[in-house]
Design a protein around this ligand. Structure first.
Ligand SMILES: CC(C)(COP(=O)(O)OP(=O)(O)OC[C@H]1O[C@@H](n2cnc3c(N)ncnc32)[C@H](O)[C@@H]1OP(=O)(O)O)[C@@H](O)C(=O)NCCC(=O)NCCS
Length: 426
């Protein structure tokens, strides 16, 4: 195939370069299209737009493949740890044992936040959503670390802010939860691994079983990165203005909160509860979500890019059975989720639209079994996605040809109106 694409516009033919990615994906480079023809592209919702080149994550939605830096998600979930996988996405290679140790120790050293941040968390109403607390405190960190808010960070500063945020987001998340329960903050215990320490800081339980810590670790690995999803694109967008990294990560948290993105895991649990409490049968419930006049959806189903299956959902479904078995938990919501999935996967509506369970369909049931409350689910997603946001931000600011992100639009409003004095307006 030629490395040029031809575009015929009336009697003019323009040649556009074709860019080929390392997995063979092809893109037409339209950077010069407007300059040469006066045309821009129109792609509402970025359904078919490659907004950047990236070497962090590859996913194939048709084949259900997800890889971080060339490592399959299945292999990482089985063999790696959340912090090792984080190192991998930041630096593009698996760490040696000593590199990993230093990295883990540095993250563990950021085991607290400034007093002002603690005061701010305590000032929130107890029923504040923890995502509101997380987002506002992420940006507030910029008020305390002025050096790290410089327009261009040195490589050493970038390395430092990465470990700092990996440590401090966990602290803010745990403190937000403690505050919502009217409980005192618990200081991090450096002798515990990342996930056990987080559960300890939330619950006060220091004897977190290996199985529980591992289950949480796997969930975080599965969330680490997902190429140009809504929150990561927000991080790139905000970071491209050279906003500081704290503001940039806060933007990622905000975008993640929406129920069509990371907020779906909370919405799934609420949906399953509703089905349980109302006693609705699956078919009646599915008829509601299929109804074009209703705004409800089958939460945890469907994905912009996965049109066959979501590889993360496959791993989570198996993990869900195993975690509940290990913990001896019998959760009726798991039975409802499985029943709903079975009926939906046989329903023409879902089959024809290629709607399958996504990462959020079963993750909430595991969080629940691990004792993590529903309104913390999206915070857990943020904790898992943080390395992806940081890796993509780092990649963007280090890439040659760095530019502020600024899409165009096609104007469809009025072209000329006359100003009528207010007293004369009807
Ligand atoms: C993820 C999601 C936002 C992707 O959206 P998208 O790529 O823009 O797809 P669309 O919203 O255009 O949906 C395509 C069609 O499938 C339907 N659809 C998509 N997801 C659906 C769902 N979960 N329940 C019911 N119908 C759904 C849409 O109504 C639309 O139907 P139509 O063609 O008859 O109009 C969407 O599938 C969704 O809202 N899922 C539920 C929320 C969720 O789980 N989000 C987490 C994602 S990891």
């Amino acid at each position: 195939m030629s490395d040029k694409a031809k575009l015929v516009l009336g009697d003019k033919t323009v040649e556009l370069p074709v860019f080929t990615g390392s997995e063979g994906e092809k893109a037409i480079d339209i950077t010069k299209l407007r300059a040469e023809t006066g045309f821009v592209t129109l792609d509402s919702g970025y359904m078919n737009t490659g907004a950047c080149t990236s070497a962090v994550t590859f996913l194939d939605g048709e084949l259900g493949i997800l890889k971080y830096r060339g490592h399959s998600i299945e292999e990482l979930a089985e063999k790696s740890s959340f912090l090792e996988t984080s190192y991998l996405v930041f630096y593009g290679k698996l760490p040696t044992a000593s590199e990993l140790k230093v990295f883990e120790e540095k993250i563990a050293s950021y085991n607290d936040v400034p007093e002002g941040i603690k005061t701010m968390i305590k000032a929130f109403p107890k029923d504040a959503h923890p995502m509101a607390v997380l987002s506002s405190n992420m940006v507030s960190l910029s008020a305390y670390y002025h050096d790290l808010c410089a327009q261009d960070l040195t490589p050493a500063q970038k390395d430092e802010v990465i470990v700092q945020l990996m440590g401090q987001l966990k602290v803010v998340a745990a403190y937000a939860y403690r505050h919502s329960q009217g409980l005192e903050f618990i200081k991090s215990d450096g002798s515990l691994d990342y996930c056990s320490d987080f559960i300890y800081m939330m619950t006060g339980n220091k004897n977190v079983s290996k199985e529980v810590a591992k289950a949480l670790d796997v969930l975080l690995i599965l969330h680490v990165d997902h190429e140009q999803n809504c929150s990561t694109s927000s991080v790139r967008m905000v970071g491209s203005s050279k906003a500081n990294i704290f503001a940039t990560i806060s933007a990622g948290v905000d975008a993640l909160w929406g129920p069509l993105h990371g907020g779906a895991n909370q919405a799934v649990l609420e949906m399953l509860e509703e089905i349980k409490n109302s006693g609705k049968d699956y078919k009646t419930f599915l008829a509601e979500v299929k109804d074009k006049n209703s705004s409800s959806r089958l939460m945890g189903f469907g994905h912009r890019v996965y049109k066959n299956f979501d590889p993360r959902a496959k791993i989570i479904k198996v993990a869900c059975d195993s975690v509940l078995k290990t913990l001896g938990v019998k959760d009726p919501l798991l039975d409802i989720a499985k029943g709903l999935e079975e009926v939906a996967l046989r329903d023409e509506y879902f089959v024809s639209r290629k709607l399958y369970p996504n990462v959020d369909f079963y993750s909430g049931i595991i969080y629940r079994a691990l004792g993590i409350p529903t309104n913390m689910f999206t915070v857990m997603f943020a904790m898992g996605r943080l390395p992806g946001w940081l890796a993509q931000w780092k990649e963007m600011v280090e890439q040659s040809g760095f530019k502020i992100c600024r899409p165009r639009q096609i104007f469809t409003g009025d072209t000329k109106n006359t100003y009528i004095e207010i007293k004369s307006r009807s």
